[in-house]
Design a protein around this ligand. Sequence first.
Ligand SMILES: [Zn+2]
Length: 278
Amino acid sequence: MGEVVRGLLFPSTPSSLEPDGAVTASQPVIRGLRALAEEVARLRPDAIVIASAHWVTTFQHYVSGATRLAGILSATEVPGESRNLPYDYPGDPELAWALVAAGVAAGVPAVVTTECTLPLDSGTVIPLRYVTPASDVPIVSISLCQLADLGEMLRWGRAIGAAVRAGRLVVQRCVGCGTLAVPPKAVCPVCEATQWEGAALGGDGEVVSFTVIRVPPGRLAAEAPYVIVVARMVEGVSLLGRLVGAPIETAHVGLPVRFVPPTDPAAEPPGSTFTPRL
Ligand SMILES: [Zn+2]
């Protein structure tokens, strides 16, 4: 189980990069950022999820799922003032995947991106220089989707909160009758309602079917043979995933397994991974 310990609204001005020489108008911004830094240091969060108005995407809500967010920022908006700023933050792929799973379950077009060359923007890097000065808090960066209306943005925000509280394994649940849906559906097959919310699963299940992949897709050739299982979760829904952490001979119908959040987006199939439960 997790907790959203605080929601913070970060200001950002280019001159806040140089606190000693900043213009008078930026001094309140700098004082505010320093106050927020004290708050973050006191709370010691496991991760910071940051949505910057400077990272604008068109069709989908992107969530950075890279293991490390590093690069050199020259701000496109003010390249003369914010330039050649190195940054290097740990990522949190597990949290990124959980947020996207919750968003998709809520009907939000959310996707993970793991592009290591995708730069962070000035609206992310400049505040983070204050609030995590040691660059030691994992960062999950979220884009702002231009085509999202207010309703979608609210669903996305609620899904993010639900995913954090749920402990990261979230599926779709009908608001009308409570039916769980995997994969996500538009209309509930039981009561025909169209309102869905995120629902947390505990992570425990049992193998009800499995297959050993000996001739994998080319990019996974080095990993064969490996096992794909269908796991029936204790909540009643079934998930497809890969069995890890055990020899392939371990796989059998009835094997108790536990969900492991994916950290490798190239895994086949994408989504779930399971390990034997002792
Ligand atoms: Zn229903």
